[in-house]
Design a protein around this ligand. Structure first.
Ligand code: IPD
Ligand code: CA
Ligand code: CA
Length: 265
């Protein structure tokens, strides 16, 4: 089956914007009694679940044979070739506290390779996207990673560990190093948005451990199509399912990765 990925990507962007409008509207009447606790510091609400249901319905129309790896477990369908990797609301903690940074993240995997990625940040109405062999885009414009060559001049993003505290000591040491040897660090609270911001050059790099495939698959792909690099903490390719990711512009990436490697291995 030959798929027109450009056309499909346009459909996925429309779907993300439609469900994003639903999320934005629900936020207006959202109250804390609607929060459910999935695990330690892991929250969900009917908004995450309803959004995932809508996304799965629409994506199933766009590509009927594809399966799903979706955070809230709405569909367990496995596709023989194509599978969507979906986070219906990345940044749930921000959403429930009314902090304006949360996104929808959708990637399409062909066998084990990502071929399309969409990250839609709802509050700023910013849709980041790319497909196989394409450039990367933010709304209608092309985006590229930054050109900052030295780690000393970078602004980095990270996510604080909120479970799996076994690697906390290494994380804190790396954090200290980055505090003292870069322009600083930010914690947006949405890994998909962190990666999208690397892709468009707002951040020079991003690292976090403990992430799931739906947090990173789309954003990491968009970073690569925007000219950036992505790896796990050993410099290998296992950053989607391996629960650790480092990403950056191609000029500072090797220096950044070496610092991460030194602290974590
Ligand atoms: C979370 C966000 C956050 C990251 C967490 C993720 P969720 O996703 O991406 O930035 O630090 O590790 O779990 O739970 O809001 O979809
Ligand atoms: Ca997430
Ligand atoms: Ca989520």
């Amino acid at each position: 089956m030959e798929i027109n990925l450009k056309q499909l990507c346009a459909g996925v962007c429309e779907t993300a914007k439609m469900v994003g409008a639903f999320i934005k509207n629900e936020r207006l009447s959202f109250t804390s009694n609607k929060i459910e606790v999935k695990g330690k510091n892991d929250f969900v609400s009917y908004v995450d679940k309803a959004s995932e249901k809508k996304l799965i319905e629409e994506l199933s129309v766009l590509l009927p044979d594809a399966g799903f790896i979706a955070e809230e477990g709405t569909s367990k369908k496995k596709g023989a070739i194509y599978n969507w990797i979906v986070d219906p609301l990345d940044g749930t903690t921000n959403f429930i506290h009314g902090i304006p940074c949360y996104a929808i993240s959708i990637a399409l995997m062909r066998n084990d390779k990502i071929v399309l990625g969409v990250v839609y940040e709802i509050n700023f109405d910013e849709c980041f996207y790319a497909w196989e062999h394409s450039k990367a885009y933010l709304n209608l414009g092309e985006i590229k990673v930054s050109q900052t060559p030295k780690l000393a001049d970078t602004l980095l993003a990270t996510g604080f560990p909120y479970y799996n505290y076994d690697r906390m000591a290494e994380y804190i040491e790396l954090f200290k190093y980055c505090m003292q040897n870069t322009h600083g660090l930010r914690r947006l609270g949405s890994a998909a948005t962190d990666l999208a911001y690397v892709a468009c050059g707002r951040f020079d790099g991003f690292y976090e451990y403990g992430l799931q495939p739906w947090d990173v698959a789309a954003g990491a792909f968009i970073v690569q199509q925007a000219g950036g690099r992505v790896a796990d903490f050993s410099g290998n390719e296992n950053y989607i399912f391996g629960k650790e990711i480092v990403s950056g512009n191609s000029l500072c990436f090797d220096e950044f990765l070496n610092v991460v490697k030194t602290h974590f291995n």
